[in-house]
Design a protein around this ligand. Structure first.
Ligand SMILES: Nc1ncnc2c1ncn2[C@@H]1O[C@H](COP(=O)(O)OP(=O)(O)OP(=O)(O)O)[C@@H](O)[C@H]1O
Length: 264
């Protein structure tokens, strides 16, 4: 399905993002000059201000960042802890909106969508893999993989068929009935990868997908991930060099700004 109401025309510029690379295809998702400011703790309110309490501290997690992700491209986000990797992933996935700047997903400015439309767009077009798997403990591997399809209103038969097929693709065809507690860490992450791909998303976001896994298991999971991501656009944040090695291009962040964007 196409995203709802394309509200923005093609963004300005010649398609070159961050001024470092030539881009030929229109990006799947593009962040243009995005800044994200978080407010920490609660606001002191009028009484707090009268009593001399200062305003809630603000964190500039990301500053004027621009990046475009093309179809079929695996982009790695590298940078020290707190440099803004997860924040950028959240903005690209439409989980949060920028404080300044725009994020356009296939030409749709996410700011122009209601929360409901944004959730729907994410469900249909974005697959997300987290470090801590985020599986539902009480559900089987197959039911976990099928969950996004429940939310999209896909019928039970079709859900089972698609979830089983994906579990087979990640080598877990003999584990479909197992609950997360009965699976190893690597197997759980493969279930999470299958769940992220079950809606056939255009964009896959992965935040430290191997962070919980030992080196050998991490490698196996990455191979699987690379293989079944096929020609989708992938953005992958990691501290781990072997994980970043699967990327076609690495974007380096420091203190909330992009310090480098280029081929490896
Ligand atoms: N919800 C939030 N509220 C307040 N501050 C936040 C929030 N999320 C992130 N931050 C702050 O924004 C900055 C960037 O955080 P972010 O999680 O994007 O970094 P990161 O590069 O992903 O770090 P890590 O590698 O440790 O996961 C940090 O200073 C962090 O403390």
């Amino acid at each position: 399905m196409t995203p709802p109401t394309p509200a923005a025309s093609a963004p300005p510029g010649d398609g070159t993002v961050a001024g470092t690379r030539e881009h030929t295809d229109p990006p799947v998702v593009r962040a243009s000059d995005v800044t994200k400011i978080y407010t920490r703790g609660s606001d002191p309110g009028r009484l707090g201000t009268l009593l001399g309490r200062s305003e809630a501290p603000r964190v500039r997690a990301l500053e004027n960042a621009s990046i475009g992700i093309e179809p079929g491209e695996i982009v790695g986000l590298a940078g020290p802890s707190g440099s803004g990797k997860s924040t950028l992933l959240h903005l690209l996935a439409g989980l949060e909106l920028p404080t300044e700047g725009t994020v356009t997903f296939q030409e749709t400015d996410l700011e122009t969508l209601s929360n409901r439309q944004r959730t729907r767009l994410r469900l249909e077009h974005v697959g997300i893999v987290f470090q801590h798997f985020h599986l539902v403990k009480s559900l089987s591997a197959r039911a976990n993989v099928a969950l996004p399809l429940v939310e999209l209103g896909v019928g039970k038969r079709e859900r089972r068929k698609r979830a089983t097929a994906l579990l087979e693709r990640v080598g877990l065809g003999d584990r479909v009935g197992h609950r997360p507690g009965e699976l190893s860490g690597g197997e759980q992450q493969r279930v999470a990868i299958a769940r992220a791909l079950v809606t056939d998303p255009t964009l896959v976001i992965a935040d430290e997908p191997t962070g919980e896994l030992d080196t050998e298991t991490g490698e196996r999971v990455l191979n699987e991930f690379e293989r079944i991501a096929d020609d989708r656009a992938v953005v992958l944040a990691s501290h781990d060099q072997p994980t970043l090695a699967i990327a076609d291009r690495i974007v380096r962040l420091k203190d909330g700004t992009i310090r480098g964007d280029g081929d490896k």
